[in-house]
Design a protein around this ligand. Structure first.
Ligand code: UD1
Length: 427
């Protein structure tokens, strides 16, 4: 298995192009199930998770073609066409590799009147149930059965009537599944306390381009007037706000100056606030943003929350930065339990962090030292790369498949701004 070797200490300087958002792409791709016409997605990131999801779509008879493939560039365009749905079963073998597979449940049910999807199973960042996905679909008139590790959803003859659902907890995935089901329902549906992450806005924009009628886009109160048929569309995936935030932390921890080309500051207000409070300069313009740091970082207390709060997907990367800040920071994780797996690895690099439940107390240290590390989830792995860029000596990051799920050509992008990082085969 490959590993990354990072020699820390280089000040990052230059430009990093920001890719299309993984989490947006993972909810835009299943929209192709909602119409028999072609849906073309532009600026899809090249990631293992995206390839996996396209493979899953093939299971239902969805064809995909890559118009104008240009391998030397970041991102690509893909046309998905679900003329006929040949199966509405998502098998365990495909679902277990990727939790986001559950996002086919709503659109398959809406299009064909039934869907059978394997339960996603365990996940490294805590117990991640799907009860809210199922309750929202039930509120729209679906019948749900659980058997042999699978969930089977079926609609009454003539399709889902639609209905109302108030989310007791804000859930990104459950809001996405509910939206994709409601757009083809017979009646009007309403979602309250819905998630309003930028990726949900991206989903609503694609659905609207396909002919859906959604009111309240960008708010937590969504009204969806079901339509009998949706049509094809061409849509550009939004920039990845978590990738941009991660590289902002990488620039900041090295005291560097890096332009994040294509990043959208409007989607990143809470991350930008956090960086500025830590003492990092952030200048945004229409085509991206520039991060400028002078090596001096200040401690800061941060708490994750649903959008517009600080994204849980930025917690680990910001923690790496705070390891080198002056003073003591308190990080509180309110979205997922067990999302501090990077802490023992950062400690092996010399960080001073104490966790208690959902809180981590980070006492700033003068420096980190390189070590052999590995992490068990995507953002935790990135936090170790960020720490490695500032550490004295050599850091080896193993289990790269996590990073390959979420960061398009990570080492190439970091090399562009002067990082000493390379991917080597394990011996
Ligand atoms: C998505 C993102 C993930 C991000 C997370 C929170 C994708 C592919 N993944 O994950 O990167 O970290 O949003 O911003 O877009 N919950 C329930 N029951 C449910 C569903 C969720 O109790 O049926 C709970 C979860 O355990 C968690 C909270 O709700 O505590 C938020 O989870 P959710 O927003 O659903 O996260 P995902 O959609 O899985």
């Amino acid at each position: 298995m490959d590993k990354l070797i990072i020699k820390g200490g280089n000040r990052l300087s230059g430009t990093i192009p920001i890719s299309g958002a993984k989490n947006a792409a993972l909810t835009l791709i299943p929209c192709a199930l909602l119409t028999e016409e072609a849906v073309t997605l532009r600026n899809l990131p090249r990631l293992a998770d995206i390839d996996g999801f396209q493979h899953l779509m093939g299971q239902f008879g969805v064809s995909h073609t890559i118009p104008g493939k240009r391998p030397e560039e970041f991102g690509r365009n893909v046309t998905l066409e679900a003329m006929r749905i040949t199966s509405s079963v998502a098998p365990y073998d495909l679902v277990r590799k990727m939790r986001a597979s559950i996002l086919v449940l709503g659109p398959l049910l809406a299009r064909t009147g039934e869907a059978t999807v394997s339960l996603p199973g365990g996940c490294a960042i805590g117990n991640r149930p799907i009860d809210l996905h199922l309750k929202a679909l039930e509120a729209f008139g679906a019948e749900i059965e659980l058997a042999q590790g699978y969930v089977r959803a079926s609609a009454p003859d003539g399709g889902l009537p639609g209905g109302s659902f108030d989310f007791p907890v804000v859930s990104v995935g459950a809001t996405e599944n509910a939206l994709m089901a409601a757009v083809l329902a017979n009646g009007t549906s309403r979602l309250t306390n819905a998630a309003r992450e930028p990726e949900i806005v991206d989903l609503c924009k694609l659905l609207t381009a396909m002919g859906a009628q959604i009111e309240g886009i960008g708010s937590s109160d969504l009204t969806i007037h079901g339509t009998r048929k949706l049509h094809g569309a061409t849509y550009r995936v939004m920039p990845d706000r978590i990738e941009a935030g991660s590289y902002a932390c990488a620039a900041a921890i090295t005291g560097g100056e890096v332009r994040l080309e294509g990043a959208d500051a409007d989607d990143m207000a809470s991350t930008i606030d956090a960086l500025r409070q830590i003492g990092v300069g952030v200048e945004a313009d229409r085509n991206g943003m520039t991060i400028a740091a002078n090596g001096k970082l200040k401690a800061q207390d941060l708490t994750t929350a649903p959008f517009p709060g600080l994204a849980t997907d930025m917690q680990a990367q910001l923690m790496s930065l705070l390891c080198l800040a002056e003073g003591t920071s308190v990080l509180t994780e309110t979205i997922f339990e067990n999302r501090f797996m990077h802490v023992p690895e950062l400690a092996r690099m010399g960080a001073d962090i104490e966790t208690s439940g959902r809180t981590a107390v980070v006492r700033g240290v003068d420096g980190l030292t390189g070590a052999e590390v590995m992490a068990t989830d995507l953002r935790a792995s990135m936090s170790l790369v960020i720490a490695g860029l500032a550490a004295r000596g050599e850091t080896t990051v193993r289990r790269l498949y996590h990073l390959d799920r979420g960061y398009e050509r990570l080492e190439e992008k970091l090399q562009l701004v002067g990082a000493d990082i390379e991917r080597v085969g394990d011996d």
